[in-house]
Design a protein around this ligand. Structure first.
Ligand code: PLP
Length: 400
């Protein structure tokens, strides 16, 4: 740590300065994108020391790279973690972590509402490796604790969830997981380190799809894992062999996006709360899902463990999917796309995006109404987004 040690600083300051100093070259004020695949040494002894990890340095781009290392260090400092490593995508981070830490015969306890890809790992891929997975109803903390009590190697949590913004009590469940000696992993993608600190509430590992809020500009895929050094090391070791390495160009874009993370997320928190309150008053809207509303079943938990309630909300239209079809094309200030966490507002129905492969009954079992729309708030002016939503809602029969 040099002159720019910002460990005690506010999130805004850390987002700008953290992790970069070591990687600035030739008096540049910005971290360079290092495209070099390998790193040369004059001296075999030094090369050997670096290869063994006894000395800092880089050998080969599948293992480490300076631009990628700067990003990992910034996110490590934002999450106040012991260690961090990165992956080519969020799913590479999640699958790499699970495959590195689990063995045949191990048991995983998780929830039914994890991200679609994660859920596929649990239901389709981990069973092939004889890993036993139990998925509990997301809101049912007692049921999760009861499953943990039967023995558990890894407890996998996500909060708030996609797309109905369910909330889990991280302090309670981390403690319950640790009583069974389980490793506790939390997907913090929706909350971001600006709003929620799972490691401070007892989790061992935090995973991010950096594609979403961390990068924030919908122009780079990436994944990050932070937390306990031994566990991050194991996941890194798997990744350096399996090869799901983050590209330096993507690392740079995410690093640059991160500088405005706190600014963006605070604006998104503020807009999302106002929009959720507005939608709750609209006749065409059946239900609004947002942890910041007092009507949310776990609003008190969210208020305790989150500094802001995040930039994603969802709402269902009374007219079901017919309304969704009419409503979405009316939005002027939203991409209709399968993404979230960007500076532009993004909207879409889970029925055709994240949960397209489920039957109507399966979606109903997850509490996903057919008329649901996920709305990821961008950084546009709140009043413009409110006007856009109001105008589009006005086109629906229930508003007539
Ligand atoms: C998008 C997302 C992922 C997967 O990330 P990719 O970068 O698309 O692989 C994982 N978890 C959550 C909560 C997500 O929103």
């Amino acid at each position: 740590m040099g002159k720019r040690d910002v460990r005690g600083s506010q999130m805004d300051t850390r987002a700008v300065w953290a992790g970069e100093e070591t990687y600035l070259a030739e008096r540049a004020t910005q971290v360079p994108v290092v495209h070099s695949v390998s790193f040369g040494y004059e001296d075999v002894d030094e090369w050997y020391e670096v290869a063994l990890g006894r000395r800092s340095g880089h050998i080969y781009g599948r293992n480490t790279n300076p631009t990628v290392a700067a990003l990992e260090e910034k996110v490590r400092l934002l999450e106040d973690a012991e260690a961090a490593t990165s992956f080519s995508t969020g799913m590479a981070a999640i699958s790499g972590t699970l495959l590195a830490l689990l063995s045949p015969g191990d048991r995983v306890v998780s929830i039914k509402d994890t991200y679609g890809g994660t859920s596929k790992l649990f239901l389709e891929f981990l069973p092939k490796f004889k890993v036993d997975v139990t998925l509990c109803d997301t809101g049912d903390h007692d049921a999760i604790e009861a499953e943990l009590a039967k023995g558990c190697k890894l407890l996998y949590l996500e909060t708030p969830t996609n797309p109905t913004l369910k909330v889990l009590d991280l302090e309670r469940l981390s403690a319950a997981g640790h009583r069974q000696g389980a490793i506790v992993v939390v997907d913090n993608t929706f909350a971001t380190p600006v709003n929620q600190h799972p490691l401070a509430m007892g989790a061992d590992l935090v995973v991010h799809s950096a594609t979403k809020f961390l990068g924030g500009h919908a122009d780079a895929l990436g994944g990050i894992l932070c937390g306990r050094k031994d566990l991050v090391r194991a996941a890194y070791h798997f990744r350096e062999i399996n090869g799901a390495t983050l590209h330096p160009e993507a690392a740079y874009l995410i690093l640059r996006g991160l500088k405005t993370l706190a600014l963006r997320v605070r604006q998104q928190n503020r807009s999302a709360l106002e929009i959720a309150q507005f939608l709750a008053t609209q006749p065409a809207v059946e239900q609004v899902f947002y942890p910041g509303l007092p009507s949310h079943p776990l609003h008190d938990v969210a208020a305790r463990q989150m500094e802001g309630f995040g930039g994603v909300l969802s709402f269902s239209l009374r007219g079901g999917f017919a309304d969704v079809r009419r409503f979405l094309p009316e939005l002027r200030l939203a991409h209709l796309a399968a993404n979230l966490g960007a500076v532009e507002t993004v909207a879409g129905p889970p029925r055709t995006t994240s949960h397209v492969e489920l039957t109507q009954e399966e979606r109903a079992a997850l509490g996903i109404p057919e008329g649901l729309i996920r709305y990821s708030v961008g950084i546009e002016a709140t009043e413009d987004l409110l006007a856009d939503l109001g105008r589009a809602l006005g086109k629906l029969p229930a508003s007539a």
